[in-house]
Write a protein that binds this ligand. Structure first.
Ligand SMILES: Cc1cc2nc3c(=O)[nH]c(=O)nc-3n(C[C@H](O)[C@H](O)[C@H](O)COP(=O)(O)OP(=O)(O)OC[C@H]3O[C@@H](n4cnc5c(N)ncnc54)[C@H](O)[C@@H]3O)c2cc1C
Length: 348
């Protein structure tokens, strides 16, 4: 029987961040993943600690950004695989009053580290920017697909493709047995699929479907990430990631014609060069009612844990969330109240 410190179920950004946290602490692990393309595999992977729609900072934006970037850089170096693509974001203004909001925001503590105060009115080739734009620095894209693939190769036999069978868990005094694995701890990192997990179904993971298009636009030639009604992010070879929709009701994984038409209309608002659609994909973001991660241990089975609720900012949130959960499980450090699952468990 294989013995490990931790069994990780699910290998998106959450599972990867937890595996890396264990690796850095010299702990052993086994990953079980259905490999059915989670949310992480289709994300643009944009890291941006600001909320450009509201001209403010995202939750713990600066702290998460400061923790996440060195985390990915260390993986990039160790794996000799390019995963981080720094790029400014150009926020295209939609009305003149945005200028004032930008100037005020760029002067605010925290935001001033990211927002360049200049209002640019020069036109950008192939881009519709009648009201000008502002620049966000220290942003970019993590190639999440490349990251997951490279890390999977790195951990070798510690990755296993399988659909986890909850009924096969045998609870032991100081751990658990799952088929031929003995683990002291089990951490579920299943993204939106958590809604089927009998241990954590009571938690309010609402989910938000996102659909995107991959387009080929040889005349666009931009190296920055454009942010208008949607993001358009360069992938190289004249291909761009364009998205995403935010849909609350539809929880199917299938892309829809309605969202495709909506995305095309937004792309047309943003650029004025021809493009071909190469792909159209969708997944569900693991969003929570209060927009905070879900971290903690099962109220009865104390060696079964949860790392979920990364929402629409998995790239920046996953490394710090994994660290919080790790120190909670291994060192008894309390989780921040905002992320602890017991905020929803008063009556359990
Ligand atoms: C369209 C779109 C665009 C996005 N863009 C960005 C972005 O630009 N920047 C950003 O930071 N975030 C972005 N996000 C959000 C980001 O993708 C998520 O926050 C993050 O990927 C969630 O990671 P996760 O590991 O929790 O879940 P997932 O990536 O969904 O991974 C879960 C994994 O668990 C596996 N799994 C589930 N259940 C089981 C089981 N029972 N047995 C075995 N395996 C199982 C799945 O197969 C999957 O591999 C985007 C999301 C979407 C949908």
């Amino acid at each position: 029987m294989k013995q490990v410190d931790t069994l990780i179920v699910g290998f998106g950004l959450a599972g990867l961040a937890y595996a890396e946290t264990l690796y850095l602490s010299n702990k052993t692990f086994q990953v079980i993943d259905a490999e059915s393309s989670g949310s992480s595999a289709i994300a643009a992977g944009i890291y941006n600690p600001t909320v450009l729609k509201r001209f403010n900072m995202s939750w713990k934006g600066e702290e998460l950004h400061a923790f996440a970037l060195p985390f990915y850089e260390a993986i990039e170096q160790r794996l000799s695989s390019r995963i981080k693509y720094p790029a400014s974001i150009f926020k295209l203004f939609s009305q003149v009053s945005d200028h004032n909001q930008w100037t005020v925001a760029a002067d605010r503590a925290g935001l001033s580290n990211f927002l360049n105060p200049t209002i640019y009115s020069s036109s950008i080739d192939a881009v519709k920017s009648p009201y000008g734009y502002g620049e966000v620095n220290a942003c970019g894209r993590i190639d999440t697909k490349a990251l997951l693939n490279a890390y999977r190769l790195f951990i070798g036999d510690a990755y296993q493709q399988d659909n986890f069978d909850y009924s096969a868990i045998e609870h032991q005094r100081d751990g658990l047995i799952y088929k031929d694995i003995y683990a002291k701890q089990l951490v579920f990192c299943e993204g939106y699929a958590m809604v089927n997990n009998p241990f954590f179904q009571h938690l309010p993971l609402v989910g938000s479907k996102g659909q995107i298009l991959i387009i080929h636009a040889p005349k666009l030639k931009t190296k920055v990430i454009l942010k208008g009604p949607i993001f358009i992010a360069p992938l190289g070879d004249d291909r761009y990631w364009a998205g995403a929709s935010f849909e609350q009701k539809d929880k199917s994984l299938l892309p829809t014609e309605k969202a495709k038409a909506w995305l095309e209309a937004k792309i047309d608002q943003l650029i004025d060069v021809p493009y071909n659609i190469e792909d159209h994909v969708s997944h569900i973001r693991p969003t929570v009612v209060d927009r905070r991660p879900l971290l903690g241990s099962h109220h009865k089975h104390r060696n079964i844990h949860l790392l979920n609720g990364l929402g629409s900012r998995g790239v920046l949130t996953a490394p710090q969330a994994a660290r919080w959960l790790y120190t909670f499980i291994n060192d008894g450090v309390a989780l921040p109240n905002e992320v602890a699952i017991n905020r929803f468990e008063k009556t359990v």
